[in-house]
Design a protein around this ligand. Structure first.
Ligand code: ZN
Length: 132
């Protein structure tokens, strides 16, 4: 399951950061999930919450932001989002991997391919919330 392995990586990163910062509690985890990861955000959050049980981040609030894809066309130098195709079968919108302008050029992905922790909020022993 793709979402679970992604959540494992995130959980490790969160716990590592919490340890480095001597956190007694992780209050909040902010995620950025790229459109081209094709991850289901609810699944990622579900697994992440499971994996963080019995850790300093057990009670952390998990929020996510979806990052739209951004591409560059090598032929016409278009730079921006992909067109979206509504899939009637699966009732979801899928990005179309073709240049929206010339429909021909090869595309380079600039954004939207990653699932990352953008920030976490922790509580340290002095109990002062700090932003990382
Ligand atoms: Zn193009």
């Amino acid at each position: 399951m793709h979402e679970m392995s992604v959540a494992q990586g995130i959980a490790q990163a969160v716990i590592k950061t919490a340890e480095r910062e001597k956190a007694v509690k992780v209050a909040k985890i902010n995620l950025e999930i790229g459109e081209l990861t094709f991850l289901n955000p609810e699944q990622v959050i579900f697994w992440l919450a499971e994996l963080l049980k019995d850790s300093v981040a057990e009670e952390a609030e998990i929020e996510h932001m979806e990052v739209r894809a951004k591409v560059r066309c090598e032929k016409c130098s278009y730079e921006g989002p992909l067109d979206v195709h509504e899939d009637p079968l699966f009732h979801r919108s899928l990005p179309v991997f073709t240049c929206p302008w010339c429909k021909k050029g090869s595309l380079t992905i600039l954004e939207g391919r990653d699932c990352i922790v953008s920030s976490i909020e922790i509580l340290t022993e002095s109990d002062i919330p700090s932003r990382k």
